[in-house]
Ligand binder design. Structure first.
Ligand code: ZN
Length: 329
């Protein structure tokens, strides 16, 4: 019963551009939210120091006395060994083998759990979002890239080398476009926002008419947000509708393989692309998946949009930290 009064944890979402921190109650309520900039170019010690300050600030803003804080959970953008808390690689941050757990525990004086952000986001949706009460769940987050998380029997699955869930690099088309990982036709290269923008730009170069001609030509491609594409989509821009529908179909192809392989109870679709295109996108994905699965692997499976948006990683990291602390009692 020693931990009875330690009823709060801090969750942190460490992203390539921003850090979100908040104190999380057992109910999933977030108190004392703090947002800070990630100055990745200043090096990992600097980023971790900002992160630690954000945690301290969140605790003081929440008005929860520090002795009631049990642990800190951090979601990071890259593969992590959850036992040692070493971030193996985080390209967005320029990190390689950074001992995040060790460094933060020293600064904060609290137990720290570090998890991959997509895994944490999947756990967040499972504990507090779309997947509450579901046993077997797959989370797929579609944005600039595509990431995934696997929950079996209520527990996050890490795999042999703690690298499971690289859904974005399942190959959909061996002759497809080149992926950032070097292979061709990965899920991510076929269905992410990057893929949608690439297809739009190629069609524009070939002379297709679209309301996005100027936007795509003027901007660095990575800067065109999902909401801009969604705006053109919902206005019925022919090219955008065609390209987005094709990307959603490819997403359905990816989901079909996952359903045939794992037969989960639920697939949660999240990330900027899914948020921007909403239920119409989810419907297109489900339709494409249905065509490519056995009746028995599709029947009854719920393919649903994520609910927690920007809070998913923070809440998932907090849950994992809480559960680890409880197991240690
Ligand atoms: Zn790839």
């Amino acid at each position: 019963m020693a931990g009875k009064s330690k009823d709060y944890v801090v969750g942190v979402d460490l992203g390539g551009t921003k850090i979100l921190a908040g104190v999380v109650a057992e109910t999933g309520e977030i108190l004392g939210r703090v947002k800070a900039k990630t100055a990745a170019e200043a090096g990992y010690r600097n980023v971790l120091s900002t992160l630690a300050t954000s945690v301290d600030l969140a605790i003081s803003e929440s008005k929860i006395p520090r002795p009631r804080i049990r642990a800190v959970g951090v979601g990071v953008p890259g593969p992590v060994d959850p036992e040692t808390g070493v971030v193996k690689i985080a390209p967005n941050l320029g990190w390689k083998n950074v001992p995040v757990k060790k460094l933060l525990e020293k600064q904060l004086g609290l137990p720290v759990l570090v998890e991959n952000d997509v895994n944490a986001g999947t756990v967040g949706e499972h504990r507090f979002g779309a997947g509450v009460g579901v046993k077997d769940l797959v989370g797929i987050f579609v944005g600039t890239g595509i990431g995934g998380g696997l929950i079996f029997n209520g527990t996050l699955y890490h795999g042999f080398s703690k690298a499971a869930g690289e859904i974005g690099h399942m190959i959909i088309d061996v002759n497809g476009p080149r992926c950032g990982c070097g292979n061709k036709g990965c899920f991510e290269a076929m269905a992410s926002r990057t893929a949608i923008l690439r297809e739009l730009a190629a069609a524009i170069r070939k002379g297709s008419k679209t309301v996005l001609t100027k936007t795509v030509a003027d901007k660095n491609m990575r800067q065109v947000g999902s909401s801009v594409i969604a705006d053109a989509f919902f206005r019925g821009d022919k090219l955008t509708v065609k390209v987005v529908k094709r990307a959603a179909r490819y997403c359905g192809v990816g989901v079909a393989s996952i359903l045939n392989l794992l037969n989960p109870e639920m697939v949660v679709l999240g990330g900027g692309v899914v948020e921007a295109f909403g239920s119409e996108y989810v419907h297109l994905v489900a339709k494409a998946a249905r065509k490519r699965t056995f009746e028995v692997t599709f029947q009854g499976v719920r393919i649903v949009p994520a609910l927690l948006r920007d809070d998913a990683v923070l809440l998932g990291a907090a849950s994992l930290a809480r559960e680890k602390a409880e197991r240690a009692e």
